[in-house]
Design a protein around this ligand. Structure first.
Ligand code: SAH
Ligand code: SF4
Ligand code: F3S
Length: 464
């Protein structure tokens, strides 16, 4: 009897005290999600480690938005398989959007042990334990299914789980305010990998912001695929995104608040007014245009026209004259002509974006575009158009940065410059990176910096 009990305890110990390494790819939401996974693991007595070499379990939180994002993960898993030869008990798990998209094929083709979709993280400890049992059963393929959970939920927001801040600088943090997306832009896989849109309670968001501030964090970003459709209703009170961000801004004037991403069809005047009203809501809006051609926008199912988009920009410029703007652009979407491409360059120049994330179109299986439209712009032409867009944006960013020379900005000190240990870097409210001499400043300080010089990516200044 005593031996049996001892064996059970030993087995539990062996099963639970595993070292887990979490690797994160993809968007900021995945970074926030990895913090949730880490918290669930910690509560189940797993050890979190900071290198893959120390790990018994490697969890890779993945992105499926473009084909090259997925290729990178397949290659990484392939490399890890050779590590597995030396360390046969090593378990490999795929989390996130690729897990949701590819499901059991990851077990069959990539030979991973655990597959957990974005709404399955509460079960992550259980999934690892099941995979351990399977390992003991000598890789009997029939049992692999036990370690797959890709069920999407209509309600899950993980709002009661306070995430662990992984790879943190102690200054900036993300707060996930909602999950899923129901916009179904025709090129995009996210609605299929993340499921229905749902908002987290505003109380839990404000509480997380308060806790982060108490721990010394000074810059938080509220995250959602389309933050403008945040809506939380309780006791007849409706909290929309403008009201939510106001509540978060009121946590403390020394806490900077940012947000991403805004869909142009939903960004409201009320939100713009709220941003204008609070000094600590950053004067920076990421408003992805995707294309400057109305024909493309309709085909993309974006539900706005170039004219609507320009009106929104004009409203922002009028109400917040110092607001920085950034965008996402897709080059070479189905049937895009040279005229459509030029129209994209035109809107970019018209807005004069401060920065942009630029991509070439990548067909995603299962999306409307994959089912209905020909991916008919050649790879060569996509690359050519993308490069033109990148060159244009570099010029626009340089012009925008040059305008800042001679001006003074409030900068939040975020850390040491990568190139020079006598210098620090921080960001302006407009999300521009500034490099300056360290002097007597410390991480987390707000300082005034006068801009002396710039490149297209960085501002250089001196402390006033
Ligand atoms: N919810 C956000 C963006 C999420 S994905 C929004 O609507 O703006 C981030 C960006 O990836 C998108 O804005 C888009 O520019 C790009 N993207 C999405 N699907 C893509 C695809 N199939 N090929 C190329 N880029 C894509
Ligand atoms: Fe994708 Fe469109 Fe949703 Fe953004 S809004 S995540 S681009 S479907
Ligand atoms: Fe990628 Fe999923 Fe984010 S597809 S962009 S990780 S929501």
């Amino acid at each position: 009897m005593i031996i049996v009990v001892f064996f059970i305890i030993l087995q539990k110990f062996w099963m639970k005290m595993k070292n887990v390494y979490i690797e994160t790819y993809g968007c900021q939401m995945n970074q926030a999600d990895s913090g949730i996974v880490a918290k669930v693991l910690k509560e189940n007595n797993f050890n979190l480690v900071s290198t893959d070499k120390q790990a018994d379990v490697i969890l890779i939180n993945t992105c499926a938005v473009r084909d090259n994002a997925e290729k990178r993960i397949h290659n990484r898993v392939h490399d890890l398989q050779s590590l597995k030869k030396k360390k046969p008990y090593l378990q490999i798990g795929i989390l996130g959007c690729m897990a949701e998209r590819l499901k059991e094929s990851l077990v069959k083709e990539d030979k991973v042990d655990i597959v957990a979709g974005p709404d399955s993280y509460r079960k992550i400890a259980e999934l690892i334990d099941n995979a351990t049992k399977q390992y003991k059963q000598k890789h009997d393929l029939k049992h692999f299914e036990q370690s797959i959970d890709v069920e999407l939920s209509k309600e899950e927001t993980y709002e009661d789980i306070i995430p662990i801040e992984l790879n943190t600088d102690g200054i900036s943090a993300f707060i996930s305010i909602m999950r899923g997306c129901e916009n179904f832009c025709s090129y995009c896989v996210v609605p299929y990998t993340r499921g229905r849109e749902r908002s987290r309670s505003y109380q839990s968001i404000v509480e997380q912001a308060e806790n982060l501030f108490l721990q010394g964090y000074k810059d938080i970003t509220l995250l959602g695929q389309n933050v403008n459709s945040y809506i939380y209703e309780e006791n007849g009170e409706k909290i929309n995104f403008a009201k939510l961000i106001e509540k978060v801004a009121q946590v403390n004037p020394l806490l900077r608040v940012r947000f991403a991403t805004s869909h142009p069809k939903d960004i409201s005047e009320e939100l713009i007014d709220t941003i204008a009203k609070y000094d600590n809501i950053c004067k920076y809006i990421h408003l992805p245009v995707q294309s400057g051609s109305n024909r493309m926008l309709e085909k993309m199912n974006r539900k706005y026209t170039v004219e609507d988009y320009k009106q929104k920009i004009e409203m922002i410029r009028k109400k917040i004259p110092d607001c920085a703007l950034s965008t996402d652009v897709i080059a070479g979407f189905c049937s895009e002509t040279i005229e459509d491409h030029r129209a994209t360059m035109d809107i970019m120049s018209w807005v004069g974006y401060d920065s942009a994330y630029m991509f070439k179109y990548s067909e995603r299986p299962g999306t409307l575009a994959a089912k209905k439209f020909d991916d008919d712009v050649s790879e060569e032409e996509k690359i050519r158009r993308l490069n033109e867009i990148i060159d244009l944006q570099r010029e626009l960013s340089l012009q925008s940065n040059r305008k800042d020379i001679g001006k003074t900005f409030e900068v939040l000190v975020e850390g040491m410059s990568k190139r020079d240990e006598n210098k620090y870097f921080g960001r302006t409210s407009q999300n521009k990176v500034v490099i300056f001499d360290k002097q007597n400043t410390r991480k987390g300080d707000y300082i005034k910096v006068k801009i002396d010089d710039c490149t297209s990516a960085t501002l250089f200044g001196s402390i006033c």
